[in-house]
Every structure is written in structure tokens, then in C-alpha cells.
Design a protein around this ligand. Structure first.
Ligand code: F6P
Length: 255
């Protein structure tokens, strides 16, 4: 029975790669909307993937969210990973401390025996503050590291849910509704076609910097994220998608 399940998931991985255009899909059993351990399973799969592709002396950029927080918890010491530096990919996006990219990159590094750098940038940046902060030497140093990063680990969220989690104001919530926002990743909001409809102003990696030199691993599961995953992948199919069975079934068969 278990073997059949595993074979079923392997078949769905191939279908998902086809459908989303991702190079590699990894599906773990379960539904992370319903059960927390599924995020840990995705975490294990992500750590395995990271260890298999990591290049010593390189930089790994990470984003925030509860999924990435669960991934970091699954990190274990590794000789190759210990020679890398973890950095937050972008500045503050209005998350609780434990779900911030800074915290998560420190957690990854501590568990792997690697180094990390923090980036202290407020969540809401005026254009003025933005232009002067990018000139700060301590900020510039991290921006340079982020630019050279070879691997990016990030989550994907449902647009409305993420905006609410960030206590966004009503005019913005209305804009998301009006423009049919469905997905959010790195502070960018997307419609179902994968077009960017809003970009939160913060320092760090910009989406158009994700050239082919960067290996992007997206981690997102739960049936409720199926539309968000599809929309984001329309914008830019990732190298690797780590997801769960519930999201995959909804994506493939609308179950
Ligand atoms: O706020 C950071 C972030 O990575 C978002 O870009 C993403 O939508 C969200 O977290 C995912 O959060 P979770 O894993 O908790 O659903």
C-alpha cells in the first residue's frame, strides 16, 4: 500500500513538472493546511535538495514565512553547507520575528555550522529612506552577498492571506481584489497569469535579478496554495518546487 502511494506521488511529480514548467518537483504526502508535520516533511525534502546542490564557499539567500521556518528547523550539520554563508534575500516584509528571513537564515546557519549575516531594514520604507539605506556600508555589504548568491530558498503565499498577515490597509486590500491578486512571493503580488501587480518596497533581491545563474528552490504546500503556486510559476518557473500531495492534487486534478 505504501509502495503504491509512493509510486503515485512519483507519477504526480512528473505531471507537475510538465504542467508548471519546473525542472524538478518533489511531492511529500499529506496536506500542510491540515497538519504541521507536513511542513517538516517538505523541510526535510528541501534540506536534502539543498545539500545535494550546494557549492562550498557560496552564498545561500533565504526568505521568510512559516514554511521556510520549518525548513530551517530540519537543517543538520553538513561539511559542505558549513562552508557557506546564509543571508536574508530581502528586508522586512511585516512578519513575526520567528518567521522573518533574518531569523530563518540565522537558524539555518546555526544548525548547519555555517555563517550568516543579518540585514536590519524596517518593514515600511519611504523612497527617501530606501535611497539612503542602500548607501549604508553595512547594508551594501549584504546586498553584495545577496547579488552573488547561487541558491535562493523561498515560500509562496496566497495574496489576500499574506496582505492580511501584514496588516495591510483597506485601499491596498481593495487593489488586490480589483486586480485579482492570487499569489505573493518575496513581497511581490501576482495575478493568475503571473503578472506582477504590486511590489513591496524593501531592500534586497529584486525579482528581475533571478537570472539563470541562481538556483531557485520554492517550498509551498497545502491545497489552499494551489492557485498561488500556479500563478507564481507562470511568472518564473523555479528550478525546484517542493510541495505536498494536497497542493499537487488540486493543481493537477482540481481535487
Ligand atoms: O513573508 C515572507 C514570505 O516568504 C512570503 O513571500 C510568502 O508568501 C510567505 O512568506 C509564505 O509564508 P508561509 O510559508 O507561512 O505560508
Amino acid at each position: 500500500e505504501m509502495m503504491k502511494d509512493i509510486l503515485g506521488l512519483r507519477a504526480m511529480e512528473a505531471e507537475l513538472e510538465q504542467k508548471l514548467g519546473v525542472t524538478k518537483a518533489v511531492i511529500v504526502a499529506g496536506d500542510s493546511d491540515e497538519e504541521d508535520w507536513v511542513k517538516q516533511e517538505m523541510g526535510q525534502a528541501c534540506v536534502k535538495e539543498l545539500k545535494s546542490i550546494i557549492i562550498p564557499q557560496s552564498v545561500v539567500a533565504v526568505m521568510g514565512g512559516t514554511t521556510l521556518a520549518a525548513v530551517a528547523q530540519m537543517m543538520t550539520p553538513d561539511p559542505k553547507v558549513s562552508q557557506t554563508i546564509f543571508v536574508p534575500a530581502r528586508g522586512g516584509l511585516g512578519e513575526r520575528v520567528e518567521n522573518q528571513a533574518n531569523t530563518i537564515s540565522a537558524e539555518f546557519a546555526d544548525r548547519a555550522g555555517a555563517e550568516y549575516r543579518l540585514m536590519h531594514v524596517p518593514d515600511q520604507l519611504s523612497e527617501e529612506a530606501y535611497s539612503s539605506l542602500v548607501l549604508e556600508p553595512s547594508v551594501r555589504e549584504i546586498l553584495d552577498l545577496i547579488k552573488t548568491s547561487r541558491i535562493l530558498l523561498h515560500g509562496i503565499g496566497d495574496a489576500t492571506r499574506m496582505a492580511a498577515r501584514r496588516s495591510s490597509e483597506e485601499p491596498f486590500m481593495n487593489k488586490l481584489k480589483r486586480e485579482h491578486a492570487v499569489a505573493e512571493a518575496f513581497g511581490y503580488y501576482f495575478n493568475q497569469a503571473g503578472d506582477i501587480i504590486h511590489k513591496q518596497r524593501t531592500i534586497g533581491l529584486q525579482l528581475d535579478e533571478l537570472d539563470s545563474g541562481k538556483h531557485v528552490i520554492s517550498v509551498a504546500g497545502g491545497a489552499s496554495k494551489a492557485n498561488a503556486i500556479a500563478a507564481y510559476m507562470k511568472h518564473r518557473p523555479s528550478d525546484v518546487l517542493i510541495t505536498d500531495e494536497a497542493a499537487a492534487r488540486r493543481l493537477l486534478h482540481n481535487e
